[in-house]
Design a binder for this molecule. Structure first.
Ligand SMILES: *[C@@H]1O[C@H](CO)[C@@H](O)[C@H](O)[C@H]1NC(C)=O
Ligand SMILES: *[C@@H]1O[C@H](CO)[C@@H](O)[C@H](O)[C@H]1NC(C)=O
Ligand SMILES: *[C@@H]1O[C@H](CO)[C@@H](O)[C@H](O)[C@H]1NC(C)=O
Length: 354
């Protein structure tokens, strides 16, 4: 009996230590299991990758897949294009003029894909698929595409953006006629009903919408988009708003988004292009042939929009969780960048100075 007690106790202590150590690593990653096992959200993800163990580094010839979670108006498209066009690879993605999607096969393979993004697989898991959709879809979609069931490791990544700028950019885009109405919003195997997720506009699109109208629609998916797209929506009753109180839903969604963000293999920030590139390169052991150019935040109609004090407040209200998530993400991002710089300084001492 005593022996079991000792073993049990040391197991608990070990697990606690392991989880603490894991939390302090700068590159937490997770793996999706087969969709069958995903009913219980607590077992859905397994954090298993650490920067301390080089055998967990991204291996393009192995079984590793880079999955892009592209949140609208965060610069995800230009990042996605860099991935298919500008990486220094022994066998680069094959892109044809006029076609958006390239073929990104592993070196020496004719059907195995190492990149899952709109630029390699189209929107095969749904237009701008979110965390909830991707984690439930990517493994089986790749099995179908490659024609065999495979064990793979999935390295998720995304780009975030300062919420007010992102929101205004989305508003301007919708004002010009964008809708993303073919997005699926699959959650728990279901598509939201039109009662759960009503359209904010009548007719074919929302062309010409004013900022006030845009903010006033409570079903506008632009509101807190970054938080929602990173959260596990099955934890909050998907799109059915009556499962939880509004306050509880928002709080839980934010916590879930933060948790998932920490576990992404990588995330970048629009406002920090150079650092985003460096962090990506060191995380994945890959190099870009061209340097990222800092996006000029002062260009474009959205950036030139001057808001009244009241409008600013309303944008903040409509995106409360996104602002909190962004603050959290920025801190984490800059910590990782600092850790990377320190590592480099250690590796390349004084000689560089001469
Ligand atoms: C790294 O991970 C591999 C695979 O699980 C394991 O066999 C190995 O012992 C690990 N190495 C270190 C240094 O933790
Ligand atoms: C990458 O995976 C391939 C195929 O599984 C393996 O042969 C190779 O040793 C791996 N490379 C590294 C650096 O782990
Ligand atoms: C939300 O779910 C409840 C059952 O839990 C159901 O009665 C209600 O109709 C759903 N709401 C919408 C808008 O579909």
């Amino acid at each position: 009996m005593a022996n079991y007690y000792v073993i049990g106790l040391s197991a608990v202590v070990m697990l606690t230590i392991v989880s603490l150590v894991y939390d302090s690593f700068d590159m937490d990653m997770y793996q999706c299991r087969d969709t069958k096992q995903q009913s219980d959200s607590s077992t859905k993800i397994t954090r298993l990758l650490t920067s301390a163990n080089s055998s967990w580094e991204f291996n393009i010839t192995g079984n590793d897949v880079l999955v892009c979670l592209h949140i609208q108006k965060t610069g995800g498209s230009s990042f996605g294009r860099h991935l298919v066009h500008d990486l220094d690879l022994s066998s680069p993605c094959q892109c044809k003029k006029g076609l958006k999607a390239c073929q990104c096969f592993r070196p020496g393979s004719k059907n195995e894909v190492w990149l899952f993004s709109e630029f390699s697989m189209g929107w095969s898991c749904g237009l701008h698929a979110d965390w909830t959709e991707l984690t439930n879809c990517v493994p089986s979609m790749l099995d179908k595409f490659e024609g065999t069931k495979h064990k793979r490791r999935y390295f998720y990544q995304t780009i975030l953006r300062e919420p007010q700028a992102r929101y205004l950019s989305e508003w301007r885009h919708v004002q010009r006629g964008a809708t993303w109405k073919t997005a699926v919003h699959m959650c728990n195997g279901k598509i939201p009903t039109s009662e759960e997720l009503p359209r904010c506009y009548e007719g074919i699109d929302w062309t010409g919408v004013s900022l006030e109208e845009f903010m006033d629609c409570q079903y506008n998916l632009a509101n807190n988009r970054q938080t929602r797209m990173l959260a596990d929506l099955s934890e909050v009753g998907c799109y059915n708003l009556s499962k939880l109180s509004n306050a509880e839903r928002r709080a839980r969604m934010l916590e879930s988004a933060k948790r998932n963000l920490r576990r992404l293999a990588f995330f970048g920030m629009l406002e920090y292009q150079k650092e985003t590139q460096q962090l990506f390169e060191s995380t994945f052991g890959l190099k870009f042939l061209k340097d990222f150019v800092q996006f000029d935040a002062t260009k474009g109609t959205a950036a030139k929009t001057v808001l009244t004090g009241q409008q600013k407040l309303k944008v903040q209200e409509a995106n409360t969780e996104d602002f909190l998530l962004y603050d959290y993400a920025k801190k984490l991002f800059l910590e990782r960048v600092a850790a990377l710089r320190q590592k480099r300084r250690k590796r390349a001492p004084l000689t560089r100075l001469s």
